[in-house]
Design a protein around this ligand. Structure first.
Ligand SMILES: *[C@@H]1O[C@H](CO)[C@@H](O)[C@H](O)[C@H]1NC(C)=O
Length: 237
């Protein structure tokens, strides 16, 4: 598998690869760059695979990149079993429905509170397995009611969707947004993870791809404030 990946022509601007050799884990970060304006954010899709069994899951695939994602899954010979959305996106369209038509046996998954239909309706504590690994669902409402954070089995990584962003957080002024709920979600469900847990968000305005729980607890300009101050900041964006 490694040789196959290394011999592929990757667009380095649009994807980054991480192997966690000991854990037999592959993480591909697929970037959907801003389309029109530089002030728009990058949208990230994450492909996670067990390099031994080749079972894989994809997080937040976008419609515009359906062909790229399906091609990559096929080239890597992965058995993609679940396409999961961290929430119902307002700013882009998921490719989950069309991807299911191209990849046999693929199931879609999203929070049962998202209002969206999917094969698997997720709630707190649910596990999404792939090979010997799994993602655990933590409900982190606030940006929307149906936002989930997906935590890798040993709390090495968390995919925070639009709840916690790098030095920021998702907006709370539309789609059932609630700054009070978002503050509690991040403090209770994400900031309680180990300091070194890697944070992979759904978006970034500067093209940054990764942070840690410790870094955000110390440096996030919004989440280091009191709840009252946080609510005021979010009300006045
Ligand atoms: C893919 O994974 C699913 C779920 O673990 C399993 O049932 C199926 O047999 C696998 N398919 C292949 C081709 O390995």
């Amino acid at each position: 598998l490694f040789q196959l990946i290394l011999s592929m022509t990757f667009d380095p601007l649009h994807s980054t690869l991480h192997f966690l050799l000991e854990m037999q884990l592959l993480l591909v970060i697929l970037v959907f760059p801003p389309q029109l304006f530089e002030s728009e954010s990058c949208t990230y899709t994450y492909l996670l695979a067990d390099t031994e069994t080749k079972d894989a899951v994809i997080i937040d695939p976008v419609l515009e990149k359906l062909d790229r994602d399906v091609k990559l899954v096929q080239e890597l010979g992965l058995n993609l079993t679940v396409a999961v959305n961290t929430h119902c996106h307002a700013d882009h369209i998921t490719s989950t429905g069309l991807m299911k038509k191209r990849i046999l046996g693929l199931k879609s998954a999203i929070s049962k509170f998202s209002g969206a239909s999917a094969d698997i309706q997720l709630s707190e504590g649910d596990k999404i397995p792939f090979g010997k690994h799994y993602l655990v669902v933590k409900e982190t409402p606030g940006h929307t009611d149906g936002c989930s954070t997906l935590v890798l089995d040993d709390e090495l990584m968390a995919f925070t969707g639009d709840a916690l962003l790098i030095r920021g957080c998702g907006r709370t002024d539309f789609q059932q947004g609630s700054s009070s709920k978002l503050y509690d979600s991040i403090h209770q469900k994400i900031f309680t993870l180990p300091e070194q847990c890697l944070i992979y968000p759904a978006h970034d305005y500067l093209g940054q791809t990764v942070s840690t729980v410790g870094e955000e607890r110390k440096l996030n300009p919004r989440l280091t404030k009191s709840k009252e101050e946080f609510i005021k900041i979010m009300d006045n964006l």
